[in-house]
Design a protein around this ligand. Structure first.
Ligand code: NAD
Length: 499
């Protein structure tokens, strides 16, 4: 018999989120008892008090993580045992699907259907995928000759500090937790102050799954307090950071001012989506651009926010993209039919509206959207917005907006398209749309980005690396390459006599 669909509004009304710190598997208040109130971007309702982590709390979490690492309660377990525990962790995440999805939606405003269909399953799959990898990766023996043996082994780095943003709070955390925990590290996670709740629940679920207490601690708090304390801590060996380029710059500074900890930055983007006039299915290209940009309220690092279109097809493309916009009309995120939710907070709303204002004043043509809506709800909603006739030098083409605002730039030649696409401080992703196989390969090679899509923008999988070049960051999340960030190579020489 089919279960009745959950009443998400009723569940949200009954929700009391726990914002206390998790250290050593225990919920605790912050050392000085300070908290901040977290409100939902959906309608401004209070979700609960969140511990305001400070230096002392981060220090306690790092000490706990260090003790767990040094006594090898986790790193010392056979890989097959670590695998089993992490697989159970993934199963627990799936079992808590409704609870985690609701927390994610009320905390940061995305539609419940996507929290259920994307965020929770992707988080579980990430943990499970790294769990399954643990006992399948071999170390190396170097070809050094008869009288010596050189072993090249991978060792966990130790205590990993993880600092993540609010746009995909669980998925971003899982991209770090998966490889860091699987390879035997201890982790201290600082979630965004704008979306702290699911990370705290993940830490509890991990302990329930059998992860030894202390291996995974979570301290919520503000960036300039808890985040800074973690990144400056002398006993943290590596930082896995996802967030803005501005804060990524600080991460490097913190490392240089402390212990030269390894810093891996996954940062912002302004991804170019290049459509040539030899691509026949223009409707699909336009639909994909709109879907890629408007998904998650435009709050995606890899959103195709600079759409470069050949001038001969630009009018048709813009009309097709604008026709997609009504499908993303902002609606109550708790309504299972909603496809566009609320921006994360009032600051983000102001930022996005400020960029829309800049688009108008710099002379771009707003063909759809551009306004705040649903203000009466007390939440932060902006219409899907498309600017045509954008110049690459305009603010809305240069800067990451992190909202539902597409900039369409017209080009004349392939060389100009490549030049414009690469003329950005960012290099996270890019796309080329062409039915000419030579052009598709040529342009894909020329685009400077961590990922290039050809004739699609939807494919994504834990099996492939994710990350950027230039000011979009360094290192890669996802895939087996992510282990590079959380392991150190060690060489052990042995002499062999009598050969
Ligand atoms: P942000 O840089 O403001 O914050 C990210 C995290 O850093 C938060 O936990 C925050 O508390 C912390 N932080 C902020 N200031 C800090 C400081 N002074 N010291 C230490 N920590 C500090 O970014 P955001 O607004 O939360 O997230 C949006 C950004 O994240 C966008 O630029 C987006 O492109 C980027 N992002 C990148 C990827 C990727 O994989 N490349 C994925 C998702 C988001």
């Amino acid at each position: 018999m089919n279960q009745p669909a959950p009443d998400w509004t009723a569940r949200a009304a009954a929700l009391r989120a726990d914002g206390r710190i998790v250290i050593d598997g225990q919920r605790i208040a912050s050392t000085d008892g300070q908290t901040f109130d977290k409100h939902s971007p959906i309608d401004g309702r209070a979700l609960g008090a969140v511990a305001r982590g400070q230096v002392a709390d981060i220090d306690a979490a790092v000490k706990s993580a260090r003790a767990a690492f040094e006594d090898r309660r986790w790193a010392g377990k056979p890989p097959a045992v670590r695998k089993k525990i992490l697989q159970r962790f993934a199963e627990k995440i799936l079992s808590a699907k409704d609870e985690l999805a609701l927390l994610e939606t009320v905390d940061m405003g995305k539609p419940i259907q996507y929290s259920l269909a994307v965020d929770v399953p992707a988080t579980a799959r990430t943990i499970a995928w790294y769990a399954e990898a643990v006992d399948k990766i071999y170390d190396e023996i170097a070809p050094t000759g008869a009288n010596a043996l050189a072993l090249i082994t991978r060792e966990p780095v130790g205590v990993v500090g993880v600092i993540v943003p609010w746009n995909y709070p669980m998925i971003m955390a899982a991209w770090k937790l998966g490889p860091a925990l699987a390879s035997g590290n201890s982790v201290v996670l600082k979630p965004s102050e704008k979306s702290p709740f699911t990370a705290l629940r993940l830490a509890e679920l991990a302990v329930e799954a059998g992860l030894p207490p202390g291996v995974f601690n979570v301290v919520p708090g503000y960036g300039h307090e808890a985040g800074e304390a973690l990144a400056l801590h002398m006993d943290v060996d590596a930082i896995g950071f996802t967030g803005s380029t501005r804060t990524g710059r600080r991460m490097l500074d913190y490392a240089s001012r402390s212990n030269l900890k390894r810093v891996y930055n996954e940062l912002g983007g302004k991804s170019a989506f290049v459509v040539f006039d030899d691509f026949a299915d223009l409707a699909r290209a336009a639909r994909t651009a709109a879907g890629g940009l408007f998904f998650n309220q435009g709050e995606s690092c890899n959103a195709p926010s600079r759409v470069l279109v050949h001038e001969s097809i630009a009018d048709e493309f813009v009309a097709l993209a604008a026709a997609e916009a009504p499908q993303y009309a902002p609606a109550d995120p708790l309504d299972p039919a909603s496809t566009m939710g609320a921006l994360v907070d009032a600051t983000q709303l102001r930022t996005v509206l400020g960029y829309i204002e800049a688009g108008h004043s710099e002379g771009a043509a707003c063909v759809t959207g551009g306004r705040q809506v649903r203000a009466e709800t007390g939440g932060y909603y902006v219409e899907p917005t498309i600017f045509d006739r954008v110049a690459n030098g305009m603010q809305i083409a240069r800067e990451e907006i992190f909202g539902p605002v597409m900039s369409v730039i017209r080009f004349k030649t392939e060389a100009e398209a490549v030049m414009l696409a690469n003329n950005s401080v960012y290099g996270l992703q890019a796309a080329v749309w062409s039915d000419n196989v030579n052009r598709a390969h040529r342009v894909a090679r020329a685009l400077r980005a961590g990922t290039v899509h050809v004739n699609q923008y939807d494919e994504d999988d834990i099996t492939v690396p994710f990350g950027g070049v230039k000011q979009s960051g360094n290192g890669r999340d996802k895939s087996l390459h992510a282990f590079d960030k959380y392991t150190e190579l060690k060489t052990t020489w042995l002499r062999i006599d009598g050969g």
